[in-house]
Design a protein around this ligand. Structure first.
Ligand SMILES: Cc1ncc(COP(=O)(O)O)c(C=O)c1O
Length: 464
């Protein structure tokens, strides 16, 4: 693509520093300029239509241009455009949204702390748990265990929990001090030993987690953090019995479970939370993204009552709980969140996701036979296909990401937006997608895959 001088694309290169972008590639190809969106479709500045196959960044569950959400924001701006929650000030929509979440989450006697993003939610998790262990008289219990390829955000601390090389490289992360550890990636297809069953694989990983806790010293390990389905690390669904076995280890050593529901929360896996799908009994939960269907930036940390009670008991000794953001519980974001949850409930959106899942997963599974595909995986309305150089040996492409990038280009040509995570093609459409649109999504992807195969054959990239 040639970038016309003076065009918005050229001005983009002169003015923006793009997040999570290969900057050199960006200067060679220019941006994809998106201009408007309606329902599950986006339109670029040339009027080309794209089917949204990733719900923005796994977040726009109700699609685009929803009148009710726009109205909720407008009305709240007119009534109370801003109010803080610091120093005992409060407002109705903040209380109503916290009450609603408290009633929804599978966490006993929950309390809700609001932030603005998934990353700051996970930073808040870390700070809350450190603070909690300090007031509980165990100041040495501070280490947090994430997983290889887990994604929990990008700030200094949440980025340290993330287990992706790209998030660490060049940023001097994880933070020094030995407080951020990583255990195995629970990817059965890729990492099982020859002849190992899914259950045996889960047992081995739970044993490895136990060994790590013992090596570090259980009295130094505060928490384990996991996404029910790993999203940005390649849409990895957990092997059977994994969470059951992991939780038994955590309970044994009094290690808290932080459930990162930033992608899985609010119906994505076919149930309200990933915790419901996988039998996770979390101590705390991080929520963001679909909490407002991305119409406003809003996140929530939900903690069990027992943790809140410990903070409350310590308050007279510790003084004010010194954590929070200017926009913690921003009323406009809370009003939109409240309306989003009302729509989920009224329109049965979670049940709808569950009902659409068999069609979505069946269409995805058809790619199992494709010569480029090593594995197809997914649950609810999230899924992925992993592209490999050899179906038999599972050998990945070299260099990693080149074939995924090519496939993404063909998806865009076909009018489909999805995500290339290296050579894993990820799908996570808005939950309002219709059966016909699911077919449209995978018809487009089929054509993109055919072109990618031609190209890969032309380049001699497939193993003989
Ligand atoms: C599971 C999970 N946790 C945390 C985050 C970070 O959220 P944010 O980008 O809003 O900071 C993400 C973002 O994709 C995520 O997928």
């Amino acid at each position: 693509m040639s970038i016309q001088p003076g065009s918005m694309a050229a001005r983009d290169l002169d003015a923006l520093l793009h997040p999570q972008t290969h900057l050199g590639q960006h200067h060679r190809t220019g941006p994809m300029m998106l201009q408007r969106a309606e329902g599950v479709y986006m339109y670029d500045d040339q009027g080309k239509q794209y089917l949204e196959g990733l719900a923005g960044l796994w977040c726009t569950a109700l699609g685009y241009g929803n009148e009710e959400l726009a109205r909720a924001a407008y009305d709240q701006i007119k009534q109370l455009s801003y109010a803080q929650l610091f120093a005992s000030k409060s407002h109705e929509v903040g209380v109503l949204l916290a009450e609603k979440l408290k009633a929804m989450v599978p966490i006993p006697d929950a309390r809700v702390f609001f932030g603005n993003s998934g990353s700051d939610a996970n930073d808040s998790q870390i700070k809350l748990i450190w603070y909690y262990n300090n007031v509980m008289g165990r100041p040495q219990k501070k280490k947090i265990i994430g997983r290889v390829k887990g994604y929990h955000g990008i700030t200094l601390a949440s980025g340290s929990l993330t287990g992706l090389a790209m998030s660490h490289k060049g940023f001097d992360l994880p933070l020094p001090g030995g407080r951020f550890l990583h255990t195995d990636l629970p990817h059965y297809w890729r990492n099982a030993l020859p002849g190992e069953s899914e259950e045996e694989f889960a047992t081995r990983l739970a044993n490895n987690l136990e060994q790590l806790i013992l090596k570090e010293g259980p009295d130094t390990v505060a928490a384990f953090i996991a996404e029910p389905v790993m999203g940005a690390g390649g849409v990895v669904t957990p092997p059977r019995t994994y969470f059951e076995k992991v939780q038994a280890v955590l309970k044994k050593y009094d290690v808290l479970f932080i459930d990162d529901e930033v992608i899985c929360g609010f119906g994505r896996t076919g149930k309200p939370f990933g915790a419901d799908t996988y039998g996770i009994e979390a101590d705390t939960m991080s929520l963001a993204k679909a909490l407002t269907s991305a119409y406003q930036p809003l996140s929530a940390v939900v903690v069990k009552g027992e943790i809140y009670q410990a903070l409350l008991n310590a308050a007279d000794d510790m003084g004010p709980f010194g954590h929070g953001y200017t926009y913690s519980g921003h009323p406009v974001a809370c009003a939109v969140g409240l309306k989003t949850l009302e729509i989920y409930e009224r329109d049965g959106i979670f049940a709808r996701a569950a009902a659409l899942s068999p069609q979505f997963q069946a269409r995805l599974a058809r790619f199992n036979n494709h010569p480029l595909v090593g594995e197809v995986r997914g649950v609810g309305l999230i899924g992925a296909v992993e592209l490999v150089a050899s179906k038999t040996t599972k050998a990945p492409f070299e260099p990693a990401g080149k074939v995924g990038a090519e496939c993404l280009k063909h998806c865009h040509d076909e009018g489909l937006i999805c995500r290339a995570i290296g050579d894993v093609m990820g799908f996570c459409p808005p939950l309002i997608i219709t059966p016909a649109q699911i077919d449209e999504l995978f018809d487009k992807f089929e054509r993109a895959m055919a072109k990618t195969l031609d190209w890969a054959n032309g380049q001699g990239l497939l193993a003989a």
